[in-house]
Write a protein that binds this ligand. Structure first.
Ligand code: AIR
Length: 188
């Protein structure tokens, strides 16, 4: 009589199969260098600070894309980007703007992807105006708002990586290493 192993593998549950599929897709997207994070900013004046996002994403090998458009000056381009972002395979959007900084909020109103806002300074109010424009979103339309300026740009990229790390264990190892580096006194 054939012996039946007690440890015979049970078929994976539907949710487990789906999680495995999502993880495999995330990994495949990263391998194919398909952008998973978009960095958007409203003016060339914002570029030097928003470059900090790019540096961090590059350190972690995250495929990303950049766009320059403003919710006020190019409203249709902003809408088209937000409406197509998920279909194009993006997973997180980082948007930076100064003054009456509506870019992340407008994008967030047209997508269900997580949107991270970086308030930028340069106006008479030194970023306080853009901080309030982003952080004071009405209920139902969240924008994860970071600090004003360079620290916010770096942290937006790190937070985007932490979101991606929820389904990519390889990124968790890199984030743990960053914590050790910070503890040893290194700066990002
Ligand atoms: N801005 C441009 N369109 C909408 C907004 N909120 C912001 C830019 C920049 C500031 O206005 O994000 O920080 C000044 O832009 P510019 O192009 O006049 O130098």
């Amino acid at each position: 009589m054939p012996r039946v192993s007690k440890r015979a593998k049970k078929p994976a549950s539907r949710s487990k199969r789906r999680t495995t599929k999502v993880k495999a897709k995330a990994k495949a997207d990263r391998k194919s260098s398909k952008p998973v994070v978009a960095i958007v900013y409203a003016s060339t004046s914002d570029e030097p600070v928003m470059r900090e996002c790019e540096h961090v994403l590059e350190q972690f090998g995250i495929p990303h894309e950049q766009h320059l458009f403003s919710a006020h000056r190019q409203p249709e381009k902003t809408a088209a980007f937000a409406q197509n972002a998920r279909k194009r395979g993006l997973r997180v959007i980082i948007a930076g703007a100064g003054m009456a900084a509506h870019l992340p909020g407008v994008i967030a109103s047209m997508t269900t992807l997580p949107v991270l806002g970086v308030p930028l300074c340069g106006s008479a109010f030194e970023g306080y105006d853009s901080l309030l424009s982003m952080v004071q979103m009405p209920g139902g339309v969240p924008v994860g708002t970071l600090a004003v300026g360079k620290a916010g740009a770096k942290n937006a990229a790190l937070l985007a990586i932490q979101i991606l790390a929820l389904s990519e264990p390889g990124l968790v190892r890199k984030l743990d290493q960053l914590k050790r580096n910070l503890e040893a006194g290194e700066k990002i």
